[in-house]
Design a protein. Structure first.
Length: 148
């Protein structure tokens, strides 16, 4: 399964689209690719949506972001601050990531990724690594377009 949200909230009636045209984000941490490569891949994914939608994504550093981006293990996602209800472990559940629908919840707009399986290579070797850019493009869609 690519994204765990499909089976849990695959109904658009739970989604309230964003009203603002500039969505702010920040990273709680970075993938196994390291900070610079993680930033490049995720920011390029935001760029895909900026090119086709009337939205802008802007990174902020003051804690005011509406989208939190985190790379987590199942143990880390149970942290009281994050309290993510979905499994994130490609080896056990097959879930790579999930983006939370816009709306009124604390997690609205957040993007959670498995912490250990990413590559920035265009061709994936099949050794359990996935292209971060491709997965981020899909999950960003969930976080602001309410689609599955």
């Amino acid at each position: 399964m690519f994204c765990s949200m499909l089976n849990n909230i695959g109904n658009k009636k739970y989604c309230t689209p964003w009203k603002q045209k500039v969505l702010t984000y920040d990273f709680q941490n970075y993938s196994s690719l390291g900070k610079e490569r993680t930033l490049k891949e995720v920011e390029n994914a935001f760029g895909v949506w900026e090119n086709v939608c009337n939205l802008k994504f802007e990174r902020v550093f003051d804690g005011s972001q509406v989208m939190n981006i985190a790379f987590l293990t199942d143990d880390e996602k149970q942290n009281a601050e994050i309290n993510c209800p979905y499994k994130l472990n490609n080896q056990k559940s097959g879930t790579l990531a999930h983006g939370f629908y816009p709306g009124g919840s604390k997690l609205s707009g957040d993007l959670h990724f498995d912490n250990e399986i990413w590559t920035d290579q265009k061709t994936v070797s099949g050794d359990g690594e996935y292209n971060l850019f491709s997965v981020a493009v899909r999950e960003i869609e969930h976080s602001y377009l309410c689609t599955y």
